[in-house]
Design a protein around this ligand. Structure first.
Ligand code: TA6
Length: 282
Protein backbone atom coordinates (compact mmCIF):
# COMPACT_ATOMS: atom_id res chain seq x y z
CA UNK A 1 0.00 0.00 0.00
CA UNK A 2 1.31 3.46 -0.83
CA UNK A 3 1.86 6.02 1.89
CA UNK A 4 -1.45 7.74 2.45
CA UNK A 5 -3.90 9.16 4.97
CA UNK A 6 -7.59 8.33 4.93
CA UNK A 7 -10.60 9.26 7.00
CA UNK A 8 -12.21 6.21 8.55
CA UNK A 9 -14.81 5.26 11.10
CA UNK A 10 -13.30 3.40 14.04
CA UNK A 11 -15.64 1.98 16.70
CA UNK A 12 -18.26 4.45 15.47
CA UNK A 13 -16.12 7.58 15.72
CA UNK A 14 -14.25 9.62 13.11
CA UNK A 15 -10.59 8.84 12.85
CA UNK A 16 -7.64 9.10 10.48
CA UNK A 17 -5.72 6.11 9.33
CA UNK A 18 -2.10 6.70 8.37
CA UNK A 19 -0.67 4.11 5.99
CA UNK A 20 3.08 4.36 6.33
CA UNK A 21 6.16 2.79 4.79
CA UNK A 22 6.49 -1.02 4.57
CA UNK A 23 2.92 -1.59 5.76
CA UNK A 24 3.22 0.32 9.06
CA UNK A 25 -0.03 2.00 10.08
CA UNK A 26 -1.55 4.15 12.79
CA UNK A 27 -5.05 5.30 13.69
CA UNK A 28 -5.79 8.57 15.47
CA UNK A 29 -9.29 9.63 16.52
CA UNK A 30 -10.58 13.18 16.26
CA UNK A 31 -12.11 12.64 19.69
CA UNK A 32 -9.29 13.56 22.05
CA UNK A 33 -6.62 13.43 19.28
CA UNK A 34 -5.95 9.98 20.66
CA UNK A 35 -3.74 7.51 18.83
CA UNK A 36 -5.67 4.22 19.06
CA UNK A 37 -3.53 1.84 17.04
CA UNK A 38 0.05 1.55 15.85
CA UNK A 39 1.11 -1.43 13.81
CA UNK A 40 4.69 -2.01 12.75
CA UNK A 41 5.65 -3.64 9.43
CA UNK A 42 5.71 -7.06 11.12
CA UNK A 43 1.94 -6.69 11.55
CA UNK A 44 2.14 -6.41 15.34
CA UNK A 45 -0.07 -4.02 17.26
CA UNK A 46 2.09 -1.99 19.64
CA UNK A 47 -0.57 -0.11 21.61
CA UNK A 48 -3.05 -1.52 24.07
CA UNK A 49 -6.70 -0.66 23.47
CA UNK A 50 -9.16 -2.10 25.95
CA UNK A 51 -11.84 -4.31 24.42
CA UNK A 52 -14.27 -2.60 26.79
CA UNK A 53 -13.22 0.94 25.84
CA UNK A 54 -16.06 3.46 25.53
CA UNK A 55 -16.13 5.58 22.37
CA UNK A 56 -19.03 7.96 22.99
CA UNK A 57 -16.99 10.77 24.59
CA UNK A 58 -18.65 10.34 28.00
CA UNK A 59 -15.33 9.11 29.38
CA UNK A 60 -11.82 8.93 27.96
CA UNK A 61 -11.11 6.02 25.60
CA UNK A 62 -9.22 3.40 27.62
CA UNK A 63 -6.01 2.73 25.77
CA UNK A 64 -3.89 4.09 22.94
CA UNK A 65 -2.28 7.43 23.70
CA UNK A 66 -4.64 9.80 25.55
CA UNK A 67 -3.58 13.46 25.67
CA UNK A 68 -3.74 14.76 29.24
CA UNK A 69 -3.96 18.57 29.30
CA UNK A 70 -4.05 21.04 31.05
CA UNK A 71 -3.81 18.83 34.12
CA UNK A 72 -2.06 15.58 34.83
CA UNK A 73 -4.06 13.09 36.96
CA UNK A 74 -5.58 14.74 40.02
CA UNK A 75 -2.97 17.49 40.39
CA UNK A 76 -5.51 20.30 40.59
CA UNK A 77 -9.17 21.16 40.50
CA UNK A 78 -9.90 20.12 36.91
CA UNK A 79 -11.38 16.79 35.82
CA UNK A 80 -8.80 14.00 36.13
CA UNK A 81 -6.18 14.31 33.38
CA UNK A 82 -7.70 17.58 32.15
CA UNK A 83 -10.43 17.95 29.57
CA UNK A 84 -9.06 17.66 26.03
CA UNK A 85 -9.19 13.86 25.90
CA UNK A 86 -12.97 13.85 25.69
CA UNK A 87 -13.33 16.81 23.34
CA UNK A 88 -13.42 16.94 19.52
CA UNK A 89 -10.23 18.14 17.81
CA UNK A 90 -9.88 19.40 14.21
CA UNK A 91 -7.50 18.21 11.56
CA UNK A 92 -4.99 20.99 10.85
CA UNK A 93 -2.43 19.24 8.61
CA UNK A 94 -2.16 16.00 6.66
CA UNK A 95 1.11 15.30 4.86
CA UNK A 96 2.81 12.32 3.29
CA UNK A 97 6.45 12.07 2.25
CA UNK A 98 8.56 9.29 0.76
CA UNK A 99 9.04 7.62 4.12
CA UNK A 100 6.47 9.11 6.46
CA UNK A 101 2.85 10.12 7.00
CA UNK A 102 2.02 12.99 9.33
CA UNK A 103 -1.12 14.53 10.76
CA UNK A 104 -1.67 17.45 13.11
CA UNK A 105 -4.88 17.86 15.10
CA UNK A 106 -5.72 21.04 16.97
CA UNK A 107 -8.02 22.36 19.64
CA UNK A 108 -8.44 25.69 21.36
CA UNK A 109 -10.34 27.19 24.23
CA UNK A 110 -14.07 27.76 23.95
CA UNK A 111 -16.84 28.67 26.34
CA UNK A 112 -16.92 25.19 27.86
CA UNK A 113 -13.16 25.00 28.48
CA UNK A 114 -13.05 28.58 29.82
CA UNK A 115 -15.80 27.67 32.30
CA UNK A 116 -13.41 25.03 33.68
CA UNK A 117 -10.08 26.77 33.09
CA UNK A 118 -10.15 30.51 32.35
CA UNK A 119 -7.32 30.64 29.82
CA UNK A 120 -6.94 31.11 26.08
CA UNK A 121 -4.88 28.34 24.48
CA UNK A 122 -4.19 26.58 21.22
CA UNK A 123 -2.96 23.01 21.44
CA UNK A 124 -1.70 20.81 18.62
CA UNK A 125 -0.88 17.14 18.58
CA UNK A 126 1.27 15.95 15.69
CA UNK A 127 1.64 12.27 14.90
CA UNK A 128 4.40 11.24 12.53
CA UNK A 129 4.51 7.63 11.38
CA UNK A 130 7.65 6.12 9.89
CA UNK A 131 8.46 2.47 9.20
CA UNK A 132 9.50 1.49 12.71
CA UNK A 133 8.66 4.51 14.82
CA UNK A 134 6.08 7.07 15.76
CA UNK A 135 6.73 10.56 17.05
CA UNK A 136 4.09 12.44 18.98
CA UNK A 137 4.50 16.12 19.60
CA UNK A 138 2.28 18.22 21.80
CA UNK A 139 2.52 21.96 21.20
CA UNK A 140 0.76 24.34 23.56
CA UNK A 141 0.44 28.05 22.77
CA UNK A 142 -0.76 30.63 25.24
CA UNK A 143 -3.01 32.77 23.03
CA UNK A 144 -4.23 34.94 25.90
CA UNK A 145 -2.91 38.08 27.51
CA UNK A 146 -1.66 36.65 30.79
CA UNK A 147 0.54 33.72 31.80
CA UNK A 148 -0.83 30.30 32.69
CA UNK A 149 0.57 27.08 34.10
CA UNK A 150 -0.34 23.51 33.21
CA UNK A 151 0.62 19.91 33.78
CA UNK A 152 0.03 17.15 31.25
CA UNK A 153 1.10 13.92 29.64
CA UNK A 154 1.02 11.64 26.67
CA UNK A 155 -0.51 8.73 28.57
CA UNK A 156 0.83 5.94 26.36
CA UNK A 157 -0.63 2.44 26.85
CA UNK A 158 1.93 -0.01 25.45
CA UNK A 159 0.73 -3.47 24.49
CA UNK A 160 2.56 -6.41 26.01
CA UNK A 161 1.78 -10.10 25.78
CA UNK A 162 2.20 -10.63 29.53
CA UNK A 163 3.23 -7.71 31.68
CA UNK A 164 4.82 -10.07 34.23
CA UNK A 165 7.32 -11.08 31.53
CA UNK A 166 8.22 -7.51 30.58
CA UNK A 167 11.00 -5.34 32.01
CA UNK A 168 11.54 -1.61 31.68
CA UNK A 169 15.13 -0.35 31.61
CA UNK A 170 16.47 3.17 31.91
CA UNK A 171 15.06 4.46 35.18
CA UNK A 172 17.91 3.47 37.52
CA UNK A 173 18.97 6.22 39.91
CA UNK A 174 15.98 8.53 39.38
CA UNK A 175 13.67 9.62 42.17
CA UNK A 176 10.02 8.81 41.81
CA UNK A 177 6.81 9.73 43.57
CA UNK A 178 5.04 6.51 44.47
CA UNK A 179 1.28 7.08 44.23
CA UNK A 180 0.70 3.57 45.59
CA UNK A 181 2.70 4.33 48.77
CA UNK A 182 1.31 7.66 50.03
CA UNK A 183 3.19 9.63 47.41
CA UNK A 184 6.50 8.88 49.08
CA UNK A 185 9.61 9.93 47.16
CA UNK A 186 11.80 6.91 46.52
CA UNK A 187 15.07 6.47 44.60
CA UNK A 188 15.03 3.76 41.94
CA UNK A 189 17.71 1.19 42.75
CA UNK A 190 16.87 -1.42 40.12
CA UNK A 191 18.26 -1.49 36.59
CA UNK A 192 15.12 -3.27 35.38
CA UNK A 193 11.62 -2.45 36.50
CA UNK A 194 9.52 -5.60 36.64
CA UNK A 195 5.78 -5.39 37.21
CA UNK A 196 4.48 -7.82 39.80
CA UNK A 197 2.08 -5.61 41.78
CA UNK A 198 0.10 -2.37 41.23
CA UNK A 199 2.43 0.35 40.01
CA UNK A 200 1.81 4.09 39.77
CA UNK A 201 5.01 6.13 39.72
CA UNK A 202 6.12 9.53 38.50
CA UNK A 203 9.86 9.42 37.80
CA UNK A 204 11.36 12.90 38.02
CA UNK A 205 13.61 14.63 35.54
CA UNK A 206 14.42 11.59 33.46
CA UNK A 207 17.26 12.29 31.01
CA UNK A 208 17.76 8.85 29.47
CA UNK A 209 15.57 6.85 27.08
CA UNK A 210 13.82 3.71 28.29
CA UNK A 211 13.80 0.27 26.78
CA UNK A 212 10.77 -1.92 27.24
CA UNK A 213 11.93 -5.51 26.87
CA UNK A 214 8.84 -7.53 26.09
CA UNK A 215 9.66 -10.40 23.75
CA UNK A 216 8.59 -9.61 20.22
CA UNK A 217 7.07 -6.30 21.27
CA UNK A 218 10.21 -4.59 22.61
CA UNK A 219 10.34 -0.83 22.23
CA UNK A 220 12.64 2.13 22.75
CA UNK A 221 10.93 5.11 24.38
CA UNK A 222 12.30 8.63 24.40
CA UNK A 223 10.88 11.99 25.36
CA UNK A 224 11.88 15.60 24.95
CA UNK A 225 10.37 18.57 26.71
CA UNK A 226 8.41 16.38 29.10
CA UNK A 227 10.70 16.06 32.14
CA UNK A 228 8.93 13.18 33.87
CA UNK A 229 8.15 9.55 33.03
CA UNK A 230 5.07 7.92 34.52
CA UNK A 231 4.80 4.15 34.77
CA UNK A 232 1.38 2.70 35.55
CA UNK A 233 -0.23 -0.70 35.73
CA UNK A 234 -3.39 -1.16 37.80
CA UNK A 235 -2.78 -4.89 38.38
CA UNK A 236 -5.54 -7.38 39.18
CA UNK A 237 -7.82 -5.80 41.81
CA UNK A 238 -7.96 -2.21 40.53
CA UNK A 239 -8.46 -3.51 36.98
CA UNK A 240 -11.42 -5.61 38.16
CA UNK A 241 -13.02 -2.39 39.42
CA UNK A 242 -12.67 -0.57 36.08
CA UNK A 243 -15.82 -0.82 33.98
CA UNK A 244 -13.94 -0.21 30.74
CA UNK A 245 -11.36 -2.97 31.23
CA UNK A 246 -11.69 -6.74 30.88
CA UNK A 247 -10.63 -8.62 34.01
CA UNK A 248 -7.33 -9.60 32.34
CA UNK A 249 -6.71 -6.20 30.70
CA UNK A 250 -3.97 -5.30 33.21
CA UNK A 251 -1.87 -8.18 31.88
CA UNK A 252 -1.66 -6.82 28.35
CA UNK A 253 -0.69 -3.21 29.05
CA UNK A 254 1.97 -1.06 30.58
CA UNK A 255 1.65 2.71 30.54
CA UNK A 256 4.96 4.50 30.01
CA UNK A 257 3.99 8.15 29.82
CA UNK A 258 5.88 11.30 28.89
CA UNK A 259 4.70 13.81 31.48
CA UNK A 260 5.13 17.27 32.92
CA UNK A 261 3.79 16.47 36.36
CA UNK A 262 6.11 17.39 39.23
CA UNK A 263 6.65 20.98 38.14
CA UNK A 264 3.84 22.74 36.24
CA UNK A 265 4.93 24.33 32.97
CA UNK A 266 4.63 28.13 33.15
CA UNK A 267 3.75 29.68 29.82
CA UNK A 268 3.89 33.46 29.40
CA UNK A 269 1.34 35.18 27.14
CA UNK A 270 2.07 34.53 23.47
CA UNK A 271 4.63 31.78 24.12
CA UNK A 272 4.75 28.16 22.92
CA UNK A 273 5.83 24.95 24.63
CA UNK A 274 6.66 21.61 22.99
CA UNK A 275 6.86 18.11 24.41
CA UNK A 276 7.54 14.95 22.44
CA UNK A 277 7.47 11.19 22.88
CA UNK A 278 9.09 8.82 20.38
CA UNK A 279 8.45 5.09 20.27
CA UNK A 280 10.80 2.93 18.23
CA UNK A 281 10.31 -0.76 17.54
CA UNK A 282 13.59 -2.58 18.21
O1 TA6 B 1 -0.97 8.12 34.80
C1 TA6 B 1 -1.33 7.20 35.79
C2 TA6 B 1 -2.72 7.52 36.28
O2 TA6 B 1 -2.76 8.84 36.75
C3 TA6 B 1 -3.11 6.49 37.34
O3 TA6 B 1 -3.16 7.02 38.64
C4 TA6 B 1 -4.40 5.91 36.84
O4 TA6 B 1 -5.49 6.30 37.52
C5 TA6 B 1 -4.39 6.26 35.37
O5 TA6 B 1 -3.66 7.43 35.21
C6 TA6 B 1 -5.68 6.24 34.57
O6 TA6 B 1 -6.48 7.35 34.75
P1 TA6 B 1 -7.92 7.42 34.05
O7 TA6 B 1 -8.50 8.74 34.43
O8 TA6 B 1 -7.69 7.31 32.59
O9 TA6 B 1 -8.69 6.25 34.59
Amino acid sequence: MTISIETIEFHGIEALRLNGPRGASAIISKLGAQVLSWQTPDGRERLFLSDKAVFDGSVAIRGGIPVCFPQFAGLGELPKHGFVRTRPWRVATERCGEDYALVTLEIEDDEATRALWPHAFHTELTLMLEADRIDLELCVTNTGGSPFAFTGALHTYLRVTQVEDAALEGLYGYDYRDAIADNRIVRETGTELVVDAPLDRVYHDVRRPQLLKAGNLSLGIQSQGFPDVVVWNPWVEACAGMVDMSPDGWRHMLCVEAAAARQPVSLPAGEEWYGRQTLVAV
